[in-house]
Design a binder for this molecule. Structure first.
Ligand code: NAG
Ligand code: NAG
Ligand code: NAG
Ligand code: NAG
Ligand code: NAG
Ligand code: NAG
Ligand code: NAG
Ligand code: NAG
Length: 680
């Protein structure tokens, strides 16, 4: 039988054209082109446009090449039905809508309610669109109730729950606090075993009601472009399946890189070390105390004028010498880079003259507010210009890690910017990825392989350019800590693999205040079990200004009230670096995040409600403490399928059986951290 099948495959060559299904349909009396294609295993891509030509978009979430996975299993049954693997697309000729079923269980995953293309009125401007643009709205229902995860990093109200129930999500940048660190990724997974990617890079919105009725809109697009994936026929949603969806996802959007080894340790940062002397003193403080630091960070205003992309020599007089010293401590440096150029920077005139700045409708340069102008990262000449400056002023000294702060270019004025002759409405979400490309391509060109940069924003594809994300300027409170524990899990399922928060929170921490000092310990315990382990924040009270500007209170661990507990956590993370690298290598191979919700590994229904704990790789169950002066916390330990397998409390070494909830006592020296073990 097998031989027969093999023979049949030889006789009937896999005709790629069979995997493309095209039709005209009539919607609201208008003829539209429909194209449905197999696009990866158990996945299909759907494009629809009122225009006669469908586009292969120049900016998109999918990799430009259709994946060739050798597993195309596509069929066209008749003029109405197309299937690939476990997904079947059906168009209903009576009402010209379509739906998608999963073959293995017959479930309708996706039933279109309405699709509307309205002409997009291009704003009066000196630019014109390169193809017809429409204002698009698509509504559909998921027939199965369930939860949605992914969609990026969002700071909703204090009671944010992990699954997105009813909410409205506009796709827009904002640079105004406290919404910095809000990132929209147009991709979600559904708890009934499928995922949906909105492959459009412009402004729009996402709206979900009761987890079943979804509406997406795009302000300005040439076409509808969607990608849908599900689990293979032999899999079942009664077993953990999210890893299967994430694998399909990275097959079509690209895989994250393996984490550079130097990045898996502790990152020391604060707002802000004002000078070379200050930085070196802190570095020496860590070195002398044998507290391991991988990366130490130089924050903003190390420049004279924003957009210089260089050190102020008065405060940083001998960068080579500083680098020699830091190298001798085994520390690397990350330096803050902003995407703005002030009109008194030496780079302003050359960039303005060459047209490297963002334009308004009339072709004039626009500011971000004040005298700072926004660089046009869509323009390849801009990327080259900036990289040359970065190379000369940082890279050539051995500074190869860039902190891409404040990289939301629109401020509060979306809809007014033109980049490389294209309107933001159509492509705005990709600006940040082009920004990342400046540094990624530059480093690659220099032969660098171990690339990592830290960014406040991201889009699909940033993960294949060495981008780590942090969650912006968050509050130094226990409430915020709990939020971040939940945010982390949606972020992971959004395909943001390298992620971190400001340990201790960014805003409002008062040194010496017992609540804040305890928060630092608890946040360290969480931070050590994030993909990137990084301390940052502004601390109060501030120190007086000096000739190198303002400074805030100390943020060095030996100066905190509970320093010995914190140093223990740093040593714990140090002992886990191989483990972290190993699991981030797995992300590189198959798209599984290291930090993930409980239900990623366990199909147990209780795992869907245990939102305040998570898995870190396959072996560690992490239940951070987020209540001031807590003496215990509740933890759910899932049942393990292997015989003799159990959970061991990392600190007390006590063994626990899975399949129930426990109240676990805590002190400041520990927290509920469990290791999967084999017992006898
Ligand atoms: C279109 O027809 C199908 C099959 O009869 C039905 O399930 C679906 O609800 C209809 N859609 C709309 C929008 O009427
Ligand atoms: C969040 O929940 C707490 C406790 O249930 C409640 O006291 C608080 O008002 C809620 N906050 C918001 C913003 O809904
Ligand atoms: C859907 O959401 C609305 C508004 O929150 C609510 O009134 C309604 O009961 C929900 N329906 C279901 C079936 O959950
Ligand atoms: C798109 O259409 C919707 C609904 O008709 C409208 O509310 C919205 O303002 C339009 N957006 C743009 C950018 O034209
Ligand atoms: C910078 O420091 C190095 C030693 O690392 C020294 O050789 C050099 O002369 C110094 N440069 C200046 C301008 O002080
Ligand atoms: C463009 O120029 C016109 C005519 O001078 C003016 O009315 C309009 O406000 C300008 N638009 C912008 C965005 O500056
Ligand atoms: C991760 O992969 C890299 C190569 O991609 C390899 O050098 C490294 O040893 C791996 N690390 C672990 C811990 O497996
Ligand atoms: C937890 O703490 C309570 C109160 O101090 C104590 O009675 C109990 O024995 C402790 N449980 C364990 C397992 O240590």
């Amino acid at each position: 039988m097998l031989i027969l099948l093999l023979l049949l495959q030889l006789i009937i060559p896999n005709d790629a054209s069979l995997c493309i299904f095209t039709r005209n349909i009539h919607l609201n009396g208008v003829k539209q082109q429909l194209q449905v294609e197999s696009w990866g295993a158990d996945s299909i891509r759907i494009r629809l446009s009122p225009d006669v030509v469908l586009q292969t978009p120049d900016y998109q979430a999918l990799l430009p090449e259709k994946p060739h996975l050798g597993s195309d299993d596509c069929r066209q049954l008749n003029g109405e039905t197309f299937s690939n693997g476990n997904l079947q697309f059906t168009i209903n000729d009576d009402n010209q809508t379509w739906s998608i079923q999963r073959l293995s269980d017959g479930l309708t995953l996706f039933q279109v309610q309405s699709t509307q293309f309205m002409p997009y009125i291009y704003p009066p401007s000196v630019y014109s669109p390169i193809y017809s643009l429409y204002n698009l709205s698509l509504s559909y229902i998921h027939s199965q109730n369930g939860y949605l995860y992914g969609l990026g990093e969002h700071h909703y109200d204090q009671n944010v729950t992990l699954p997105y129930h009813n909410f409205y999500l506009p796709f827009q940048f904002s640079s105004t606090a406290p919404t910095n660190g809000d990132i929209t990724i147009p991709w979600y997974v559904h708890s009934s075993g499928f995922g949906v990617l909105w492959n459009l890079p412009g402004y729009g919105s996402f709206n979900v009601q009761n987890d079943t009725r979804i509406t997406w809109t795009a302000d300005a697009t040439h076409q509808l472009d969607l990608w849908i994936t599900t689990i293979p026929k032999e899999a079942s949603i009664a077993s953990p399946f999210y890893a299967l969806l994430m694998k399909n996802f990275v097959d079509v959007v690209g895989r994250p890189n393996p984490l550079p080894q130097f990045a898996s340790g502790f990152w020391q940062s604060k707002n802000r070390y004002r000078s070379q002397d200050e930085l070196l003193e802190v570095a020496k403080g860590y070195y002398d105390r044998q507290i391991p630091v991988s990366i130490i960070v130089i924050d903003w205003f190390h420049w004279i004028t924003v957009g210089d992309w260089s050190f102020n020599p008065k405060c940083w007089p001998n960068v080579s010498q500083m680098m020699d010293q830091l190298n001798s401590y085994g520390m690397k440096v990350m330096v803050s880079v902003w995407p703005n150029v002030a009109d008194n920077s030496e780079n302003f005139l050359p960039m303005k003259t060459a047209g490297l700045l963002t334009h308004d409708a009339n072709g004039s340069d626009i500011t971000r507010g004040g005298n700072a102008y926004i660089v046009d990262e869509f323009n390849p000449a801009t990327r080259r210009y900036i990289w040359q400056k970065i190379k000369t002023n940082y890279f050539n000294y051995g500074i190869k890690i860039y902190w891409l702060d404040a990289d939301e270019p629109e401020g509060s004025r979306p809809g007014l910017q033109w980049w490389y002759d294209r309107h933001d409405a159509e492509i705005a979400m990709v600006w940040v990825r082009e920004h990342h490309r400046t540094f990624y391509d530059g480093l690659k060109e220099q032969g660098e392989e171990d690339i990592i940069m830290l960014s406040r924003s991201a889009w699909i594809g940033s993960h294949r350019m060495g981008v780590a994300v942090w969650s912006g300027d968050i509050d130094s409170t226990f409430v915020e800590l709990l939020k971040q524990i939940k945010v982390a899990q949606n972020v992971a399922l959004s395909g943001i693999y390298w992620w971190t928060t400001d340990i201790g929170g960014y805003r409002g921490g008062v040194l010496g205040d017992d609540q804040f000092e305890e928060l630092l310990v608890r946040w360290f315990q969480f931070g050590a079990f994030c993909p990137i382990f990084r301390l940052h924040g502004e601390r109060h009270p501030s120190v007086p200004d000096n000739e190198c500007g303002f400074g805030n209170g100390h943020n060095e661990v030996w100066l905190f009230k509970y320093s010995s507990q914190i140093i223990d956590v740093i040593k714990l993370r140090e002992s886990l670096r191989d483990y972290v690298e190993y699991h981030l290598n797995i992300s590189h191979q198959n798209g599984s995040p290291i930090l993930r919700p409980m239900f990623y590994d366990f199909a147990d229904t209780e795992c869907y409600t245990a939102e305040d704990q998570y898995m870190f790789g396959t072996d560690y169950l992490v239940a951070p403490v987020y209540i001031y002066q807590a003496t215990s916390r509740s933890v759910y330990l899932p049942k393990l399928s292997q015989q003799n397998a159990g959970w061991q409390h990392y600190y007390t070494k006590q063994n626990y059986e899975g399949g129930r909830r426990y109240s676990i006592n805590v002190t400041l020296n520990d927290f509920p951290l469990f290791v999967k073990t084999m017992t006898n």
